[in-house]
Design a protein around this ligand. Structure first.
Ligand SMILES: [Zn+2]
Length: 132
């Protein structure tokens, strides 16, 4: 990673971090300030639970992103910023310009995203020649 562009990534990461923290705090305050109203009927309750879950999910996504931003900031400090966490190849600057907290190069990311989740579909059940 050429150090020339590092300060601009650092600035952007800090900006993203500040915005995320503000969002997280806002969501937290909204969920905290919701009064524990007595539940009138089941429909109201379901709607309330749904909106709470939505809020929690948003929060989790924000925390996840915040974690990635923090990791990127750590990498800037230890000098490994801009390298793919999987193959250790430099992540193209064009990608870092779009996602300054990118952890993987595009190739590894698409591999990870396309990885089949085969935990429920175990291949041991269909070994040929075992059924005699
Ligand atoms: Zn990679």
């Amino acid at each position: 990673m050429p150090s020339k562009k590092l300060p601009s990534y650092l600035t952007r990461l800090k900006e993203i971090r500040t915005n995320l923290l503000a969002d997280v705090e806002k969501n937290f305050k909204i969920s905290q300030s919701e009064p524990p109203e007595p539940v009138a009927d089941i429909t109201d309750d379901a709607a309330r639970i749904y909106s709470n879950q939505l809020m929690t999910n948003l929060g989790e996504q924000d925390w996840e992103k915040l974690k990635q931003v923090d990791e990127a900031l750590d990498k800037i400090r230890d000098g490994s910023y801009g390298n793919c966490a999987n193959c250790d190849q430099p992540i193209p600057e064009a990608r870092l310009d779009v996602v300054p907290f990118a952890k993987f190069c595009v190739e590894c990311l698409s591999k990870i995203e396309n990885e089949p989740h085969s935990s429920t579909n175990s291949p041991q059940n269909t070994i040929p020649g075992e059924m005699v």
